[in-house]
Design a protein around this ligand. Structure first.
Ligand code: PMP
Length: 306
């Protein structure tokens, strides 16, 4: 689906017209994937649009930059405010938000340290990443032949732009084979995560998700599911999972800011069927939280018109 444009993009401290948000072809990040980014969402609430867990996303952006020794020329508070401003000026009720920190134009070669650091923030309306049908009835997953990063090859804790070439390889393989999304294993063979989502199974009434040591990003939606599970009284555990654990799960689902909470319908053609009760309840509570319909989660919302 093509990106739906809005009016303004924040670039290095200024709000520029959408069409003018351009970079030079010799921008370092275009050549070497030298950037870090975030994916955030704003949802409509009774009090206007609200950004979900903005503080945590800004923190992860700065942590990603720190891992790559990229010095962001703004404070976290400035980036936080710039994100709120960008949502506000574009007058959108609901949107995806993409802050990007990237090494810019000026130097080439693999030593990134002398490069200028640029920052942009774009927002646009974006429907459910894995589709409405997937949200309701579940998605069909394939375990990828491509492995997730080893933490000493590319650190999964950082949302580095270049590392998503690995996700793309797996995503394309899954789509070409007729599936919706790929599940990636760690180099050691444990279940890691999906191309842009964390993964969970439900077994005997417990929710289980793989640890970061299996190469998964510490997802903010994953953390929201943890809190929701605690509030619902559903045991939540972080444990290594084998591929066969996916096949025999009572229920399974994936989470991510773009994807939201999406049931898994089948893994490698082993049918799990229609979404189960725990997945449904987590999904329902998550949507109530992001739309400001559940007071327990109000601290997660940053109201844009406040
Ligand atoms: N894993 C990867 C590789 C991702 O790119 C994402 C999306 N940021 C996630 C997991 C889910 O993270 P979050 O819930 O914070 O969006």
């Amino acid at each position: 689906m093509p990106i739906e444009s809005v009016e303004k993009i924040w670039m290095d401290g200024e709000l520029v017209d959408w069409a003018d948000a351009q970079v030079h072809v010799l921008t370092h990040a275009l050549h070497y994937g030298s950037g870090v980014f975030e994916g955030i969402r704003a949802y409509p609430t009774d009090e206007g649009p609200a950004i979900f867990r903005l503080r945590e996303h800004v923190k992860r952006l700065f942590d990603s930059a720190r891992i790559y020794l990229i010095d962001i020329p703004y404070t976290p508070e400035q980036i936080f405010d710039a994100i709120v401003d960008t949502v506000r000026v574009n007058g959108v009720e609901s949107c995806y938000i993409r802050p990007l920190v990237y090494l810019g134009y000026g130097e080439m070669g693999l030593n990134p340290l002398p490069c200028p650091v640029n920052v942009s923030i774009a927002v646009w309306p974006w429907g459910s990443y894995l589709g409405d049908e997937g949200l309701r009835h579940g998605v069909r997953m394939k375990v990828s032949s491509w492995k997730r990063h080893d933490p000493n090859i590319l650190p999964p804790a950082a949302k580095g732009t270049g590392m998503y070439m690995n996700s793309s390889l797996a995503k394309v393989e899954a789509i070409k084979a007729g599936y919706d999304e790929a599940i990636m294993l760690s180099p050691q063979g444990f279940v890691s995560e999906c191309t842009g989502e964390n993964i969970f199974v439900v077994r005997d009434g417990r929710i289980i998700t793989p640890p970061v040591t299996a190469g998964a990003l510490e997802g903010i939606t994953q953390d929201s599911v943890h809190r929701i599970a605690d509030d619902l009284g559903v045991p939540y555990e972080v444990e290594n999972l084998l591929r066969s654990d996916l096949y025999t799960a009572d229920e399974a689902f994936v989470t991510g800011t773009a994807a939201e909470v999406v049931p898994i319908r089948s893994v490698d053609d082993r049918e799990l069927g229609e979404p189960g009760p725990i997945t449904r309840k987590i999904q329902e509570t998550y949507f109530a939280a992001v739309h400001g319909r559940d007071d327990r989660y109000r601290e997660w919302l940053t109201h844009v018109r406040a």
